[in-house]
Write a protein that binds this ligand. Sequence first.
Ligand SMILES: *Cc1c(COP(=O)(O)O)cnc(C)c1O
Length: 360
Amino acid sequence: MRVFNFSAGPAALPLEVLEQARAEMTDWAGTGMSVMEVSHRGKAFTALAERAERRLRALLALPPDYRVLFLQGGATGQFAAVPLNLAAQGSGADYLNTGVWSDKAIQEAGRLGVRVSVVADEAASHYTTVPERSALRLDPRAAYVHYTPNETIGGVEFPYVPETGAVPLVADMSSTLLSRPIEVGRFGLIYAGAQKNIGPAGLCLVIVHEALLGRARAQIPAILSYARMAESGSMLNTPPTFAWYIADLVFQWIEARGGLAAMAEHNRTKAERLYAAIDASGLYRNPVARECRSWMNVPFTLARPELEAPFLAEAAQAGLTHLEGHRSVGGLRASLYNAVPLAAVDALIAFMREFERRRG
Ligand SMILES: *Cc1c(COP(=O)(O)O)cnc(C)c1O
């Protein structure tokens, strides 16, 4: 039996994608082998790589002056790659802190000799808000501005894109890329670990404006160099071929469902339904300011915390899994990425109401 999986990552993948992967597992593209067993430099795989990039470009309406890189090392790898590629030792960069992931990016940049200015820190709200758009005071000489459009753990999402003028804007979109259309031209660099909305763990997408490719420090490891990866078609070394293949199937799945505009509608509907149910209840509560509630990750607490364990156990019994909050914050959380169907949200809401009636 397939459960309804609300995991924050690695997260649910579309059933149709899994079924296609199963159907061609032992003989992919007429090779007589699985996609995991072919050379990444062979015809079949390089065609896949090109097709995946074409599909992603079409989905995002990517301007031609952006490069797409299919990398490894996760979003955490990018916490280091961004400063090494974009900021000379000792130069300054502005970071916005809206939660756990922003903070990790800040710590890593600091360790790599960037003079980090934390230009906004939402600690006073316990990371349940984003900074006021008009309150941002950015340094026009900064090497870049970094922020996290969607904080996966706190469930806090920016309802706007910060204005950074000529300074490149860098966004960790691990839990929001492909959930809706975005205006890529506003960003210098976007990165996203695949395991939320894109595919399996092991792949990290980087979308970078080509003007930023020449700024890396001389000693940068080749594996982290955007320029080296761009030159080699992300095949400086063996890429994560299986994850790349699944990502291509996911792109195809999104395309067949109407692209990112359709995803936005689907995701907004799911999130609105769940927040409405939480707000209408006496037992459940979401702490995030309304205007910056995440469409992707919905954290909630119970008015009686002792009911958390029975809630999780009974939900799992009902086929609703991975509803526990991140280990660093506790509570509960439902992640509603593209591959989570509306039926899953309806089943969760029905379970929550029934649980509240019985135990609340
Ligand atoms: C999951 C996540 C990360 C960490 O991703 P890894 O691929 O595990 O390194 C970083 N940032 C955000 C916003 C995330 O959601």
